[in-house]
Design a protein around this ligand. Sequence first.
Ligand SMILES: *Cc1c(COP(=O)(O)O)cnc(C)c1O
Length: 459
Amino acid sequence: MKNIKRSWAEPYKMKMVELMKMTTPAQRKKAMKNAGYNTFLLKSADVYIDLLTDSGTSAMSDHQWSGMMMGDEAYAGSRNFYHLEEVVKNVYGYKYMIPTHQGRGAENILSKILIKAGDIIPGNMYFTTTRLHQELAGGKFEDIIIDEAHDPENEFPFKGNVDLNKLEKLIKKYGAKKIPYVSIATSVNMAGGQPISMKNLRELRTLTKKHRIRIIHDMTRVAENAYFIQQKEKGYEHKPVKEIVKEICSYTDGATMSAKKDALVNIGGFLAINDWDVYEEARNLVVVYEGLHTYGGLAGRDMEAMAIGIGESVSDDHIRARVGQVIYLGEKMMEYDIPIVKPIGGHGVFVDAKKFLPHIPQDNFPAQTLASEVYLDSGVRTMERGVVSAGRKANGENYYPKLELVRFTIPRRVYTQAHMDVIAESAARVYERRDKIKGMKMVYEPKYLRFFQARFEKL
Ligand SMILES: *Cc1c(COP(=O)(O)O)cnc(C)c1O
C-alpha cells in the first residue's frame, strides 16, 4: 500500500452547472480574425474554456449566494459594509478599510494621496494598472525584484522576493524622502504567480522602518502566497494559511485589494490602511471617484459576498485544492515538454513564448501569436503577458520585458480536472506544429493599457 498516493480533490461539490458552447475550427478562425487576434476582443460566447483571467471569474459558494440575498442596499451605512470592515480587520489585521469597485479604484485613490510628482516607487515587479496609476500621479516605478524572477528557468521557490540591495541603492540615489512607499505584491502576477517569502518581507520591514518608508501591499493574491510559504518556508509547515496571511499583512502599512481574485467574488475591492491621516484623505477622495465611503461603488450584496468570500479564501482546504489544480495543469504541460515558467505559480501556468516560438522576434509578438493559436486549436482562451502588456515608456519607447509569456489562468472553483487535460492537450498540439507558426504586426494601438484593445494581423 506504501506507493499509493493520496490525491487532493475539490472541497466542494456541484449544485448548479453552466452549459458551455463548443465551436468548430471554422467558427474559431472567423471569431479570432474579427477580434484582431487579440483574445481580449473575443466574445465570451465563442470561448470554450476561458483562461483569460482569474479575475472576477470565480464560482461563488452557496453561502456567498445566500449572502447576496442579505444585501442592505441603503445608500449610507449598509450593514454589509460593517460586516466587511470587521472581516478585513479580523482576517488581514488592517485598521481602516474603504471599499472600491475593484482593485484599480483603490490604486487610483492611494496613488493620488501618497505620490508627488518626481517620486520613486520601488516594487517587486510591476503590475499594469498599479504602475499606470503610479505614473499618472507623477511617480516613477523602479523594479526591485530579485534577478531570478526574470528567468523562467530558475526554480528558486520565492521569486517574488525583493532584492534589498537594489532598494538600498535607490534610497541612496534618490533619498528616502522621494520614496513614499515600497509597492509589494504577494504572489507576483507578472512573474508567473511567484511568492515572496516571510523572511524577505521581514527584512524589508526592518530596512523600510529604518528609513521611515511605508510598505503598501498589493494583496490581490495573498492567500495563494501564504499557501506557498506554508509548503516551502521553514517554520511555517504547521501554521494554518489564515495565520500566515495575517502575519504577511502585519509587516505592511496598508493594502490595495482586487477581491475579484483571492476573495472569490465577481466584483469588488478595497483600500486598507493603518494610518488615520491617509484614511481620512482616502475617505474624501473615494466620494469623488467611487461613491460614499460605506459602499465605494459596490452594492450592499457585493460587499456581503466579499466578506464571506474572504473567510473562505483563507481556508486550508480551499487553497490547497485551488493551487493543486494549477500545479496539476503545469505538470501535465511539462509531460508534453512545453516550456513553462518554473516553479509553477499560484494562479496559472505561464508558457514561455520565447522558447515555444524561438523563431519569432519580440517585435512580432510571440506570446500574442501563441495565445491566438491556442484559441484557434481548441477554443481555450488565454492571454498575452509580454511586450504588448508591458506597453510604452513615458518617452514613447516600447518596454521590452525579459518575460514573454502566455498566461493560462485558472478561475477558482470553476473547471474540472478533465478540463485541465483538454487544455494541456491543446497546448501540446500547437507545440507540435510550432515551426509553421508566423508572428504578427500591430495594426491598432490604444494609448493606455494597450493589451486590452490592440488589434493585430498575421504576417
Ligand atoms: C487584478 C490586479 C490588480 C487590479 O485589480 P482590478 O480589480 O482588476 O482593478 C492589481 N494588482 C494585481 C496584482 C492584480 O492581479
